[in-house]
Write a new protein. Structure first.
Length: 190
């Protein structure tokens, strides 16, 4: 361990997660020995905290979903009435663009169905479902298919985040997706 880089045993997990995220963001391959060296611990010490690399990546991905949920709920609370779903969708898009490596990991098949990741993703979607229910009630839309609307908002936001923005400015893409859905589903005024 480097001189002056002491740590407390209880801080090792958070240090490993922080350094793993740093490696991910820098585009470095995540090798456990390199991670241990970067965190200033022995490679063997890692196994006191994580059984394997997949478990560590799962915790990192679950943390990404919790972070995304907090960001989306904050964006929704800050939105003006009538713009809460738009704030959620644009917040999702912005997070995906701001954290591309972590966002990709959150949906990586190797970790996506791990229990902590699935639970954190479900909590984020439950938050969206509650928002959809609030908006439907405010629009006096009893019987609206809330599960399907929730899925549609998530799919449109995720699809926009996953599309290559080569042909247009990134900030315009989610706005165009929202405007397209709005034009498709909003009743024409006569």
């Amino acid at each position: 361990m480097e001189a002056g880089r002491k740590y407390h045993v209880g801080e090792v997990k958070s240090r490993l997660l922080r350094e793993a995220r740093g490696m991910l963001e820098e585009g470095q391959p995540l090798h456990l020995r390199a991670l241990a060296a970067r965190a200033g611990i022995t490679a063997g010490s890692m196994y006191h905290h994580y059984e394997n690399k997949t478990e560590l990546l799962g915790e990192l991905a679950a943390g990404g979903f919790r972070e995304l949920r907090r960001d989306l709920e904050a964006a929704e609370r800050a939105a003006v009435d009538g713009q809460r779903l738009r704030a959620w969708a644009t917040g999702y898009f912005r997070y995906a663009r701001a954290e591309p490596a972590l966002f990709a990991l959150m949906f990586d098949p190797e970790v996506a169905e791990l229990e902590p990741v699935a639970e954190a993703r479900a909590a984020m979607l439950a938050s969206l479902h509650a928002l959809v229910a609030d908006v439907a009630a405010a629009l006096d839309r009893p019987g609206a298919p809330l599960d399907k609307i929730t899925l549609a908002v998530w799919a449109a936001s995720h699809g926009a985040a996953s599309l290559s923005p080569a042909a247009r400015a990134q900030s315009d893409l989610i706005d165009d997706v929202i405007a397209g859905l709005d034009a498709l589903f909003r009743p024409e005024r006569g």
